[in-house]
Design a protein around this ligand. Structure first.
Ligand SMILES: *[C@@H]1O[C@H](CO)[C@@H](O)[C@H](O)[C@H]1NC(C)=O
Ligand SMILES: *[C@@H]1O[C@H](CO)[C@@H](O)[C@H](O)[C@H]1NC(C)=O
Ligand SMILES: *[C@@H]1O[C@H](CO)[C@@H](O)[C@H](O)[C@H]1NC(C)=O
Ligand SMILES: *[C@@H]1O[C@H](CO)[C@@H](O)[C@H](O)[C@H]1NC(C)=O
Ligand SMILES: *[C@@H]1O[C@H](CO)[C@@H](O)[C@H](O)[C@H]1NC(C)=O
Length: 494
């Protein structure tokens, strides 16, 4: 139970981490909300309802998933919402739609539309169109002109190579544009993609073929997704006007420190989540915005953290630096100074030989596993008064080099993992607050008297894959287990 509870909490906090930054596409949710807006009023004149469809409410025509191969004919000119998703429609002609002056929502998601099947003037006549869903079709070019009434446009998962100045330009009501999973290159974008569209909040262009961040994006942007392109550099000033941006995804690109400068991010004063993971950075970039809460820098080739790169980021709570090439001495001792809100620091899978100096003083979770830490001195951990979880598994710790007082100040530590080291004896001076203690895969051959005394909160102790023999465990161990942890089992798990 205790173990389950713990791993449940771990999963939960991992989930929270993911959710914080990586809010899954909210598009789906938005659509649902929009569909709920449909006000059920009187039944429409069903003489005008196409045979395969249902027209349950005034102005609403519902024809989704009924194997249509053609755009339905004879739609009422009072149609406001037209649902045609999940069919096999290949073509839309001007005469199909030109009389739909009141159309507000057109959902054509998941059909077989190609650009040849989309007549240029088709959408121009739809002067009330707010919501246009064209995701999952076979479009290679965007329509040249979309109506200026547009609020949201979804072109995700097509094969778009080109967008025109009036596709998304001059749309004062436009709030969200989804263009992820297409084949857009820098040359396929107009100079000003959103000229005269100054209320855009959400733009997704992940999984395209962009090499540079698009310029002249509107300052209203709140969420910008550019992951999984081939971005090599961020042109100077590209983000300078984006003072409302809260979420910026740049992971899975080819960005290096040479492709940015010390002011690339510095004007993003509202930015809370920056994801630069899986790029080609060798140093933590300078000039990070001060309101950042979550910073992803994992899976780069980061070798050093300068003294002045992070200290201005006073709001930082999560710093993820795992899977890099950090050595202890290349982390400036003042690198984490003043980061009073930083509670989660991941530095696993690096090349650390020691616990880095000057770790954030308010840290709660410190993941240092899979490094080469061979020694922990008396004061290496002494200022981490708020630490609750310390994972030092799969390092090179030996019993001799693990100072017997190293843990003395960790008074609220609940979880300690020392598995996969070279410990020969059970460490002394472990915090009494411990609830979970893992030390599997060491060479521990004895548990000296008093090792576990006072650990009344211990719920889980893992000592499997060591060299313990029954008579090497002092008599008190079992009694302590029984007395202190009796009902909460699972006791010593060899
Ligand atoms: C809508 O269609 C009806 C015939 O079905 C016609 O009488 C009416 O004039 C049309 N309205 C508009 C605005 O086109
Ligand atoms: C942006 O729109 C304005 C009109 O609002 C126009 O004068 C200007 O040429 C456009 N710029 C670009 C780059 O399209
Ligand atoms: C960026 O670096 C330049 C020199 O390379 C310096 O003049 C400028 O003040 C720096 N900007 C910031 C915000 O640190
Ligand atoms: C990564 O950056 C280095 C310079 O820091 C450069 O030499 C190398 O070619 C880059 N690698 C890729 C895959 O872009
Ligand atoms: C330490 O981290 C590893 C890798 O995430 C994990 O499998 C292990 O359960 C952690 N230890 C504890 C005690 O949580």
């Amino acid at each position: 139970m205790a173990f389950l509870k713990h791993s449940f909490l771990q999963t939960l906090s991992a989930l929270l981490l993911v959710l914080m930054c990586c809010q899954v596409q909210t598009k789906q949710g938005e659509e649902e909300e929009e569909e709920e807006d449909v006000s059920i009023t009187t039944l429409s004149d069903d003489s005008e309802c196409p045979a395969e469809c249902s027209c349950v409410a005034e102005g609403v025509v519902e024809c989704s998933g009924v194997d249509l191969t053609q755009f339905p004919l004879k739609l009422s000119n009072r149609t406001k919402q037209l649902y045609l998703q999940n069919n096999m429609i290949e073509e839309i002609k001007v005469e199909h739609v030109s009389h739909l002056h009141q159309l507000e929502t057109l959902n054509l998601q998941n059909n077989w539309l190609t650009i040849q099947g989309l007549e240029d003037e088709g959408f121009e006549t739809l002067h009330q169109l707010n919501y246009l869903y064209l995701a999952n079709n076979k479009l290679t070019l965007a329509p040249k002109v979309l109506p200026s009434s547009l609020i949201s446009a979804d072109f995700a998962a097509n094969q778009l190579t080109k967008i025109y100045p009036y596709t998304f330009g001059q749309k004062p009501k436009l709030r969200s544009v989804y263009l992820h999973n297409n084949k857009l290159t820098d040359a396929g974008l107009p100079l000003q993609l959103f000229n005269g569209s100054n209320n855009l909040e959400i733009l997704t262009m992940s999984s395209n073929l962009l090499r540079a961040v698009p310029m002249n994006l509107p300052s209203s942007l709140y969420r910008l997704h550019l992951k999984s392109n081939t971005l090599e550099n961020i042109p100077a000033g590209a983000f300078d006007s984006l003072s409302n941006l809260r979420e910026l995804y740049l992971q899975n690109n080819l960005l290096s420190n040479e492709g940015m400068d010390n002011e690339t991010f510095s004007h993003l004063t509202s930015l809370e989540c920056l994801d630069l993971s899986n790029n080609n950075l060798s140093v933590v970039p300078k000039g990070l915005p001060r309101n950042l809460v979550l910073l992803h820098l994992e899976k780069n080739s980061i070798r050093s953290i300068p003294g002045d790169a992070l200290t201005s980021v006073k709001s930082l709570e999560y710093l993820l630096l795992q899977n890099n090439l950090l050595r202890s001495r290349s982390i400036h001792p003042a690198a984490f100074l003043g980061l009073k809100n930083l509670h989660t620091l991941h530095m696993y899978n690096n090349l650390l030989e020691r616990v880095p100096k000057g770790l954030p003083r308010r840290a709660k979770t410190l993941m240092l596993l899979h490094n080469s830490i061979s020694e922990i001195g008396r004061n290496d951990l002494a200022f981490l008064h708020t630490l609750t979880e310390l994972n030092l598994s799969y390092n090179k710790l030996t019993s001799i080099k693990l100072h017997r007082e190293a843990f003395r100040k960790l008074r609220v530590l609940e979880t300690l993992d020392l598995s996969g080291n070279n410990l020969h004896t059970f460490p002394l001076g472990l915090p009494r607050s411990l609830q979970v203690l893992e030390m599997k895969n060491n060479h521990i051959s004895s548990i000296p008297e008093g090792s576990l005394s006072g650990m009344t909160k211990l719920k889980k102790l893992v000592l499997s894959h060591n060299q313990l023999k029954l008579n090497s465990i002092y008599q008190g161990t079992a009694d302590e287990e029984r007395d202190d942890v009796a009902e909460s089992q699972p006791g010593v798990c060899f």
